[in-house]
Design a protein around this ligand. Structure first.
Ligand SMILES: CC(C)(COP(=O)(O)OP(=O)(O)OC[C@H]1O[C@@H](n2cnc3c(N)ncnc32)[C@H](O)[C@@H]1OP(=O)(O)O)[C@@H](O)C(=O)NCCC(=O)NCCS
Length: 173
């Protein structure tokens, strides 16, 4: 039995574990090894804890929990990506490899999208590494429309990201 719910402060270590473990599993061979090895549970946990403790933090953090956190998603305002119609952004979405393909990614996406819609957002975008075909396939399956691409620097190398857009009123997912 897996529950999808808003994250609490005590979930933060679990969120960080899912984030670091899933990053390493997904981006090995794409992102430099030194960058992946440099990620720490403590560092990521501190970041999420800071957010949750700050009353004005604009993030909306959800977890998929089955005794422990097995997936999470963070949503918030668009971070100046150059698509002004897209006022909301899916900042990050990760499901532990052993729990993928069971509907948790979709369920986390739905919960966040519902909340953003209730908060009067009409459109949401997500940036994903161009080489992350798994993530891209998922967003395309949920009806994401390719909006554009941009170059970023990660771990000292240049990589391309692509943006997918979602109409929160369309409910195609
Ligand atoms: C991408 C990710 C979040 C998807 O979560 P998930 O729990 O595995 O996906 P779900 O089981 O909810 O899948 C939902 C739907 O998308 C489809 N889908 C999932 N991955 C897909 C892919 N790569 N290509 C095509 N369709 C895909 C599923 O078949 C399912 O369709 P259905 O409900 O019509 O049968 C998860 O696999 C993950 O964390 N991957 C690694 C990290 C990552 O890439 N994150 C996104 C970038 S920020």
């Amino acid at each position: 039995m897996v529950r999808i719910r808003r994250a609490r402060l005590e979930d933060v270590p679990g969120v960080a574990r899912v984030q670091v473990d899933t990053w390493r599993a997904t981006y090995r061979g794409v992102v430099p090894e030194a960058f992946l090895e440099g990620l720490s549970y403590e560092g990521q946990a501190e970041r999420w804890a800071q957010g949750l403790k700050t009353p004005t933090w604009p993030g909306r953090l959800f977890v998929a929990e089955s005794g422990e956190v097995v997936g999470f998603a963070a949503f918030g305002p668009d971070r100046a990506s150059g698509f002004p119609d897209y006022t909301a952004e899916l900042w990050t979405l990760y499901v532990l490899p052993a729990w993928q393909g069971k509907g948790l990614g979709r369920a986390l996406f739905q919960e966040g999208a519902r909340l953003l819609r209730a908060e009067s957002h009409r459109r949401m975008l997500v940036w994903v590494l161009k080489e992350n075909l798994q993530g891209r396939g998922f967003y395309e399956r949920l009806g994401g429309v390719l909006l554009g691409e941009r170059e970023i620097t990660l771990g000292g190398i240049k990589l391309w990201e692509v943006a997918y857009g979602f109409d929160l009123w369309g409910q195609r997912w």
